[in-house]
Write a protein that binds this ligand. Structure first.
Ligand code: ADP
Ligand code: MG
Length: 439
């Protein structure tokens, strides 16, 4: 049936459409729920198939109807260069094959180096070239969407291609925590430990999330030591440096600081332009340089968002059946995002939750009378953000936190002043803002 789809689409819409949109995709048929799932390599293709006046989608659905199948679309960026057969095979092995977690588009070739990430990049390359011997552990930290996951995956992919016999595990700290909890629940701690202690290269993404989880930290401490002592490479990422991860056990903090700590700072304009150019080149996108610069100028602090605007511009361009992204598409895409932001003002509850998550403090402590300095600080930050990000009045904000409005003014003034002097404070506030964006 897949071949039939390819043939019919080629006949009705021409070979380029097939080459560009269907050849990179994979089809999985599930007879049980009468579904054909089309796995496509990126959001852009998904949008294209769904929109494009519905034409491509209609053609496919017509064919499927004859077989009594429904169409569903999914994005899986890891399909990369796998053929239809390889993809199916991989998919059957599924989950157990950890290697599948590597996203092939996150490589060193696609990573653009600039002043903000030069050191993290160089350290990652060194580790990929010489695992266990260059820097151990390598600890990379930086704000959301600045390329931490990209670098970890690039290290994993590089080592895997050079030394296919090594057991490489990329995992998020949340997944590690869940696996550990399940192992306890199912009484499989021994096999959990054995599994983790046989790893040659361990890459743990977003390690800050093990903060506050005592037993997970304890387990991770032992895993870390076992691997470290036998010279195995460990790479960690976090949104902040070890010394700023609260409720992280001291002995773990010390371990994390034993190797190299490299930070990633937001990209400057030139780097942002270079990233967009690279992306356009990889995905074969035709874009006006003017449009590209406009996007790079407007989206400054998060590369994921930068890519998002490019994708959005592409979608707008293809919906209008145009072949080149111009300043018009870029403006429209940026406006869309602005509108979303304006209409999606966070609520005070959302701000409070974000502050409590990022600053690792209990929600109720934000409203309590507690005077511990970390609590008071978090409370002032929350008030500041409520003043900056919502339309609530000072008395309303005061009431929410159980204080009067002069306390709110005081908090607002203090944070506003300190934010320019205090890098840590500045970074915390950026983290809270990106947390709010991500939910
Ligand atoms: P983080 O893990 O730090 O939140 P990611 O690694 O997920 O960020 O990066 C977000 C997006 O930005 C990804 O699509 C990634 O490929 C892209 N990206 C980040 N840094 C770069 C870079 N220096 N060059 C090219 N793309 C980048
Ligand atoms: Mg990440």
């Amino acid at each position: 049936i897949w071949q039939e789809i390819l043939d019919v689409v080629e006949e009705k819409m021409g070979k380029p459409t097939v080459e560009a949109f269907l050849k990179p995709s994979r089809a999985i048929i599930n007879k049980e729920d009468n579904k054909l799932t089309l796995i496509v390599p990126n959001e852009f293709i998904k949008t294209y198939i769904e929109q494009k006046s519905g034409k491509l989608k209609n053609i496919i659905e017509d064919i499927l109807e004859g077989e009594n199948l429904k169409l569903s679309l999914e994005v899986d960026e890891s399909i990369g260069n796998l053929s239809q057969e390889e993809y199916l095979e991989n998919n059957n092995k599924v989950e157990k094959n950890e290697q599948k977690g590597f996203l092939s588009k996150y490589t060193f070739e696609t990573f653009v180096v600039g002043p903000g990430n030069r050191m993290a990049h160089a350290a990652s390359l060194a580790v990929a070239d010489n695992p266990g011997k260059a820097y151990n552990p390598l600890f990379i930290y930086g704000g959301a969407g600045l390329g931490k996951t990209h670098l970890l995956q690039a290290i994993a992919t590089t080592i895997r291609s050079k030394k296919p016999n090594l057991y490489i595990l990329y995992i998020t700290s949340e997944k590690f925590t869940n696996e550990f909890i399940n192992a306890i629940k199912d009484d499989k701690i021994n096999s959990f430990q054995e599994h983790y202690r046989n790893i040659d290269i361990l890459l743990v993404d977003d390690i800050q999330f093990i903060a506050g989880k005592e037993r997970t930290q304890e387990e991770f401490f032992h895993t870390f030591n076992t691997l470290y002592e036998s010279g195995k490479q460990i790479v960690l990422s976090s949104d902040r440096p070890p010394k700023e991860i609260r409720t992280l056990e001291e002995r773990l903090r010390t371990r994390f600081e034993m190797g190299l700590i490299a930070d990633i700072q937001p990209p400057d304009l030139e780097t942002r332009i270079a990233i967009l150019q690279k992306k356009a080149e990889i995905e074969n996108i035709d874009i006006d340089p003017e449009a590209l610069v406009l996007i790079a100028e407007k989206v400054a602090s998060n590369i994921r968002e930068l890519e998002g605007v490019l994708t959005k511009s592409m979608a707008l361009c293809s919906i209008n059946q145009e072949s080149r992204i111009t300043i018009k598409h870029a403006q429209e895409a940026l406006k869309n995002i602005e509108d979303n932001k304006l209409n999606n003002l966070p609520t005070m509850d959302e701000i409070a939750i974000a502050v409590s998550k990022v600053m690792q403090i209990k929600l109720e402590d934000l409203k309590s009378r507690g005077r511990k300095s970390h609590q008071a600080n978090a409370r002032q930050i929350a008030m500041y953000l409520c003043r900056e990000m919502t339309k609530n009045s000072l008395p309303q904000i005061g009431e929410y936190f159980g204080r009067d409005h002069s306390t709110v003014i005081h908090a607002y003034e203090r944070i506003k002043e300190d934010i320019n002097k205090d890098q840590t404070l500045k970074r915390i506030i950026e983290q809270i803002r990106s947390f709010l964006k991500s939910v």
